[in-house]
Design a protein around this ligand. Structure first.
Ligand code: HMG
Ligand code: MG
Length: 312
């Protein structure tokens, strides 16, 4: 990195600290054509934690036929003993929760959809049926002392249904939170949101009584808006941001989904705004370069490319 860059110019309208919820090992790798060896995934997660990421989503306990890339969840989790980070896992149903509990998972996420088409494509259920499927999962997980995140996909637009009305996203958000989710992550699964839309949704959620400290944002970068959308969300008081090391990512059940907001691009901006994250950008970039070597293609992150091409 070039010494002293980026220079920090704090903005009093923004939070002083942001928690990054790293999704590269889950959202990133679930969409890879090649199956990444389990030991490489474990090393990826260890390196992410060592770079200062305190929440590293590890894998999903979904049906292995639906997401073959993450079919090794049972083998992966024991390799992560002692990793100094929270390691949430995705769980769609009772079967997934049982598998996660058997391995000692401490944090889970259920994942719903604001639209019927994606609920059907991703979970083989309607929106109502998927919420019915989640209800006992959330209740049991909380009784067992687990922290529960709820994801809501297609909050801004849907590849089959087009524009998603704010009221609909607000309605399903409320229902997920009412199930008992500690946190709700608002997903722009196909990356179509723009900053005004983000502000409008967060305002609508605020007006519906949803406290901003229970919200996270999850932007995919299909149209290059993820960082601008994140800044809009920070201005509305959001302090938890999902991102994926190196910009890996997508969703196998939503064709137009590309990579997530790259964690390095996010950290570069937050460093420049003087916002603390605890992340060491140099170590994180080295991790993404290492992972890109395993995947056989360069990282799509602009920051990874810029930093890794600099002369030492
Ligand atoms: P289904 O076919 O309706 O399942 O799939 P079912 O309930 O009818 O059960 C059929 C069989 O699957 C049964 O086996 C179950 O035991 C088994 P059988 O009795 O026939 O031998 N089964 C399981 N096996 C292992 N683990 C399980 C499990 N559940 C059932 N958990 C299901 C329903 C939910 C399972 C399926 O649709 C599924 O696995 N979907 C996951 C899709 C997925 O992972 N998508 C990517 C994550 S979401 C995302 O990326 C978006 C996000 O990033 C935010 C954003 O960007 O918006 C989070
Ligand atoms: Mg996603």
């Amino acid at each position: 990195m070039i010494d002293g860059l980026p220079m920090a110019f704090p903005d009093p309208a923004l939070p002083t600290r942001v928690r990054i919820h790293e999704v590269g090992a889950r959202d990133g790798l679930q969409n890879e054509k090649t199956i990444v060896p389990t030991e490489v995934k474990a090393e990826f997660i260890r390196r992410l934690a060592a770079a200062g990421l305190d929440t590293v989503e590890a894998t999903s306990f979904v049906h292995p036929k639906w997401v073959p890339q993450l079919a090794d969840a049972e083998e992966l989790l024991p390799l992560l003993d002692g990793v100094p980070a929270r390691l949430p896992v995705l769980v769609p149903n009772r079967r997934g929760l049982d598998r996660a509990l058997a391995l000692g998972a401490r944090e889970i996420a259920v994942f719903g959809s604001a639209t019927e088409s994606f609920a059907r494509a991703n979970l083989n259920r309607s929106v109502d049926e998927s919420l019915e499927m989640f209800a006992p999962v959330v209740a049991t997980a909380r009784e067992a002392g687990l922290r529960v995140r709820g994801y809501l996909s297609m909050c801004f637009g849907d590849p089959w249904e087009g524009a998603v009305p704010l009221e609909r996203t607000v309605r399903v958000s409320r229902r997920l939170l009412d199930l008992g989710c500690d946190e709700l992550s608002l997903g722009d699964t196909i990356g179509v949101a723009t900053p005004g839309h983000v502000t409008a949704l967060l305002t609508a959620l605020h007006e519906a009584g949803v406290p901003v400290d229970r919200l996270a944002v999850h932007f995919h970068d299909t149209y290059g808006q993820a960082l601008a959308n994140t800044l809009a969300a920070l201005r509305c008081g959001v302090t938890t941001v999902d991102a994926s090391a190196g910009g890996l990512g997508g969703c196998p059940y939503a064709k137009s989904a590309t990579g997530n907001l790259a964690t390095e691009d996010l950290v570069w901006m937050l460093d420049g705004l003087g916002i603390a994250t605890g992340v060491d950008l140099g170590r994180l970039t080295a991790t993404s370069v290492w992972m890109a070597g395993h995947l056989g293609r360069p990282s799509p992150s602009r920051t990874v490319r810029a930093l890794s091409h600099q002369e030492p």
